[in-house]
Design a protein around this ligand. Sequence first.
Ligand code: G16
Length: 541
Amino acid sequence: MTQHTTQPISGQKPGTSGLRKKVKVFQQANYLENFVQSIFNAQPNCAGERLVVGGDGRYFNREAIQTIIAMAVANGFGELIIGQGGILSTPAASCVIRKYPSCGGIVLSASHNPGGPDEDFGIKFNGSNGGPATESMTEVIYQETLSITEYLKADIEPINLDLTGESKRGNTVIRVIDSVADYVELMRSLFDFDAMRALITGGEFKLCFDAMHAVTGPYAKEILVNQLGASQSSVINAEPKEDFGGHHPDPNLVHAAELVDRVKTQGLDFGAASDGDGDRNMVLGRNFYINPCDSLALLAAQSSHIPAYAEGLAGVARSMPTSRALDRVAAKLKLDCYETPTGWKFFGNLMDDARITFCGEESFGTGSSHVREKDGLWAVLCWLNILASSGQTAADLMRAHWAEYGRDYFTRHDYEGVDADAAAEMLNELRGKLETLAGTSFAGIEVAQADEFSYTDPVDATVSKGQGLRILFVNGGRVVLRLSGTGTSGATLRVYYDQFEPASGKLEQNPQEALQPLIRAADALVGITAKTGRNAPDVIT
Ligand code: G16
């Protein structure tokens, strides 16, 4: 029997990046099936077409893939491409969708959220361009979840996900492919592998990449060790695990503590980490943390060192809460610079329309138009290529960048697991005051302007409202508040601070100290401490 009766299940509205819930929620009867069928119902022209399926290997990945295969067969897909072991990093999935023209792909990941039977799972649909479903497609999928009455699922033998090769179920060809090969080939086409190999094997340069027991282990081993000659020990936590070794696969100073410690105690020249599904990156120079906003700006400024970008960039983009360091580079290079809402899906149209080449977010995401996802290893290779070609250290490059452009001090404070109603009320209260704030002062700093960010996509004119409350101060400082769209319990309040310091100013301050006046002003205005009942944020990036 392939037709199964069902009924809508509430709460299947995708967030910033697909549907993320606890594994136990996904294991409920019909939960996964309803959402997958809703994705298929929203793609009426996919019969006979190719679909890519892969995930970050977290707990429930394999079962979910077998379910998706059985449903795709019953829904009449012509061919399925699946990563070996059910593994495809998010950027590799995007690469495969683009390389083997497909009507889209299903990526199973809850990104940097922890994995395991009591932790998180996620599913998202990427379109034929390889990028996350647009806002409008996401809405169509959600509407389908509200009216679903049946799903199609074939009664078939499971596929052996561990063996590459081709088989058939019903009329559908199922191809299990090497998860790494296509992605590596793409990287080889972008970067100067000889120059990076010379740097890495030259004797002086020491690096460490922390795969955090997540999906990038096999990719990093192949590229950094096998192709670029780094030692085996320079890729740590390389074996993907269903529970990420019990850790939180989030590449920041808190969760990538082992990497941070190695870079410090072993005097390494370069350290990097990636997240659960391989799209985020954190980079460290020797005793030197590089903020993702600065990393994006520097990569754009130095992109001519990289063969694929030597001819120049079409334009650049950043999410609204990301610091304005990128804008300064764009102004100097005379490039268009777009400001989008949080979420990689907003960059897709800009890349498809050839308006931008580089884009990124403060949330450790950096990428280019080589795929339609952010790409952790790509960012690491950008840095390595620039280090190899310029002959400078990461810290020297960053310092020279600040000396030229000035420094945009940036930090994000996260308050996790906050009561959702209380958080919404706090933002509502602030929203109600926005129009009256200009000219008033908080903790001694005057507000110049305050609004709620709304974005009109310049390509398809879609309007996305309610994308963050922003307060600009007369001293150039900016505070942005919004609720995360990727959490799975309670609410996470994100407060972003940035303040420009000109090149002639103090460029070597601790960001938390440099931003203290703004942090105090935001607390005086919003009452974050009083309303969340927290004395300090849970995570500071
Ligand atoms: C996702 C999105 C990013 C976004 C991040 C944080 O990243 O793809 O665009 O910046 O979530 O979103 P929020 O602030 O709403 O939690 P990832 O790496 O989790 O897929």
